[in-house]
Design a protein around this ligand. Structure first.
Ligand code: GTP
Ligand code: MG
Length: 474
């Protein structure tokens, strides 16, 4: 619950001995409450001090007229303060006893102990920062690497907020456009305009998708990229694993169905760690061990960050290949055309043609699959494949710096993905000529999901969860 009337207080520096310790008060009575326990040898009162000034004096226990600590008090009057309320910070000497006693006195004089994150929550509720910025405050405090701190600071500056606001404006515009048609049904949407609307939805969608993907990039470097090599039997998946690792890790034979279980190893591409898995060939089979192998392959695809979908250049593109690519479509994927040593380049054109004709690649989330020709046997094209994998995972540094929005917070990622899903639903509904109300409904839903990121749309639950992660005093 929020009690904006309360004046809150907390020790804002870490527990333990230090050079100084700070007790912070915020709220409409912050200055009068502080005055009750503050004594200036020159007889100065905090309420008379100018905003953003410092006053020297002592904390005293007014009941006993006893000096507790020698301090300086910083007076900051609303609205130019952290919380946008009146704020007093009392710098005590760093001992815990003096700090605790000062806190006790202020509580006795009418302040309430602040909840974790309550100062920052007030900054949010009073409109000084938005929710993503409030979260950035936690990230700045917790950052353990320079890179993490830099990203958090950018978010605190409001770069993410600006981007999200921009995306919301675009969706709102679309929404208004469509709602205008709902209000004036005689002006039916013309085919041309429908095309424009779909284009706008796709362009907003692809921008959101690229923001969402960037979330993975930090995680990739931290935790590694889980990579599944998949394909029908005998296309050379195990040979490809061996070639990438430059060792005989997996058994290779000319018999289809050689690999029955998932084989894992580690590979490093320019500092990017890969956990790479060779899987059983995907096909229909009655062999029990192979059925289990195929089940594990499908599970590996599901859990993978990226997929290497392997095709055999020396064999016709068939339904099994199509199924593999359909599965890979939901992921970041590279199509690897293997056995290039036995088939000339121009003879692989049928594969490209088949992929184009039989698989609706542009429908998937990944608009363009990179396609690489390799020979796992001879090692040709393996470096190109590594480059393709790296580019697939890491897009940072390619966009201009201003566009460099990296999200590090899972909550933001989830909201963006929900917004993306609703946008896709709106797009599908429009394509299927469903009533415009349905399209508008999905667009509104998308708008709400984006709003959650900056706190334009939020619930008490979300707020409590976010701010409870803070320490008391922040
Ligand atoms: N010429 C040529 N042969 C290859 C190449 N890659 C693999 N092969 C051969 O293709 C056959 C199958 O290779 P594997 O690596 O076992 O294929 P796989 O996809 O792992 O097969 P399963 O585990 O049975 O699904 C073997 O005889 C390999 O020597 C290549 O680049 N060129
Ligand atoms: Mg194999």
């Amino acid at each position: 619950m929020n009690h904006p009337e309360d004046t809150i207080v907390a020790i804002s520096t870490p527990i333990g001995e230090g050079g100084i310790g700070i007790v912070r008060l915020s709220g409409k009575d912050a200055i009068p409450i502080a005055d009750k326990v503050f004594f200036s040898p020159k007889g100065r009162k905090l309420r008379d001090a100018k905003s953003h000034s410092v006053v020297y004096g002592f904390v005293i226990d007014p009941a006993k007229n006893e000096r507790i600590d020698e301090v300086i008090a910083t007076i900051m009057k609303a609205p130019k303060t952290y919380t946008r309320e009146d704020v007093v910070e009392i710098n005590c000497h760093g001992g815990m006893l003096a700090l605790r006693t000062t806190l006790q006195l202020l509580l006795r004089e009418g302040a309430r102990l602040a909840e974790p994150g309550e100062f920052t929550k007030r900054a949010f509720l009073n409109g000084r920062i938005d929710l993503s910025q409030a979260e950035a405050v936690i990230d700045v405090i917790r950052a353990k690497t320079e890179q993490a701190e830099r990203l958090a600071l950018r978010q605190l500056e409001g770069r993410l907020s600006a981007k999200i606001t921009d995306m919301r404006d675009k969706v709102t515009e679309l929404c208004m456009h469509i709602e205008a048609y709902i209000d004036f049904p005689e002006d039916e949407i013309e085919v041309i305009e429908k095309g424009d609307l779909l284009d706008s939805m796709r362009s907003i969608g692809s921008e959101l998708l690229s923001i969402s993907k960037r979330y993975d990039e930090g995680r990739f470097f931290r935790e590694g990229v889980s990579t599944a090599i998949v394909g029908k039997p005998n296309v050379g998946k195990s040979s490809l694993l061996n070639s990438l690792l430059q060792k005989d890790r997996a058994i290779v034979t000319e018999m289809p169905g050689t690999t029955r279980d998932v084989i894992e190893d580690y590979l490093n591409i320019n500092g990017l760690p890969l956990r790479i898995m060779d899987t059983a060939g995907i096909r229909e089979t009655h062999d029990l061990a192979e059925i289990e192998g195929v089940r594990r392959s499908l599970k590996a695809i599901e859990g993978a960050d990226i997929v290497l979908a392997v095709l055999d250049a020396s064999r016709p593109f068939d339904d099994a290949d199509k199924e593999v690519i359909e599965k890979a479509k939901e992921k970041r994927a590279v199509i690897v055309i293997n056995k290039s040593d036995i088939v000339k380049i121009r003879d692989t054109s049928h594969i490209f043609e088949n992929i184009r004709r039989k698989v609706d690649i542009n429908m998937g989330c990944v608009p363009n699959f990179p396609i690489v020709r390799v020979s796992a046997l001879k090692g040709d094209g393996i470096d190109d494949l590594k480059d393709a994998i790296y580019s697939l995972c890491i897009t940072a540094g390619k966009a201009s710096d201003a566009e460099d929005i990296i999200i590090t917070n899972l909550r933001h990622r989830q909201s963006i993905d929900r917004a993306l899903k609703s946008l896709k639903d709106a797009e599908d509904a429009l394509k299927r000529n469903e009533p415009l109300e349905v399209v508008a409904f999905f667009l509104r839903e998308s708008l709400d999901s984006l709003g959650e990121i900056i706190g334009a749309v939020t619930t008490e639950d979300i707020l409590n969860k976010i701010f409870s992660e803070f320490c008391i005093g922040k």
